[in-house]
Design a protein around this ligand. Structure first.
Ligand code: AMP
Length: 187
């Protein structure tokens, strides 16, 4: 499955819970990039300048990273992809990758929240864990990219009838409950 939502909608937090509950591996492109930045790998050095500006890392880097990750054995029993695809061209790329690996998407979970709430949350997160892309200018830029480029991703999957929308406003536990109900996972 995929989890899609604007920055600050709680994707990472909910992805960890879904992964645990369903026993499937959670793969976050943002986390993979941040890990590479921390370890100062060449991928990390390349990605950092885009991430700090709130821009998308180029497809040439991102697509091959996802392609490698989805070829690993641990995704055979199911996976939850967080943060990819973010553009229409990444949707096409993911279609290819899945076909090559004989995998199929069952569900695309969309977390929704309005921009002002998201800005508030992200500024709070900036204070807590100091992510270098959590300042107001960059936050608004990332939100703009979500509206301009990622909403169309949801539309693509909507056309395929596999999107489930969940309201991402509320406490973490409340949102988890909604997510599990939407996925029809018994609590
Ligand atoms: P996230 O943790 O999902 O908010 O991602 C953090 C940053 O990593 C984004 O702002 C982008 O710079 C980069 N990133 C993550 N996923 C992608 C992707 N699918 N395509 C391009 N850049 C990405």
């Amino acid at each position: 499955m995929l989890i899609i939502g604007p920055p600050g909608s709680g994707k990472g937090t909910q992805a960890a819970r879904i992964s645990e509950r369903l026993g499937v591996v959670a793969i976050s492109t943002g986390d993979i990039f941040r890990d590479n930045v921390k370890r100062e790998t060449s991928l990390g050095v390349e990605a950092k300048k885009f991430m700090d500006a709130g821009d998308f890392v180029p497809d040439s880097v991102t697509n091959s990273m996802v392609r490698d990750r989805l070829a690993a054995d641990d995704v055979r029993e199911g996976f939850l992809l967080d943060g990819y695809p973010r553009t229409a061209s990444q949707v096409a790329e993911l279609d290819d990758i899945l076909r090559e690996n004989d995998l199929e998407l069952d569900v695309v979970l969309q977390l929704t929240a309005d921009d002002e709430e998201l800005v508030k949350r992200l500024l709070g997160r900036a204070k807590l864990d100091g992510r270098s892309d959590d300042n107001e200018l960059v936050i608004r830029h990332r939100l703009g990219l979500y509206h301009d480029q990622t909403e169309v991703v949801v539309s693509r999957y909507d056309e395929r009838g596999i999107v489930t929308k969940v309201d991402g406003i509320g406490s973490i536990d409340d949102v988890t409950e909604r997510v599990m109900a939407a996925l029809k996972v018994a609590s």
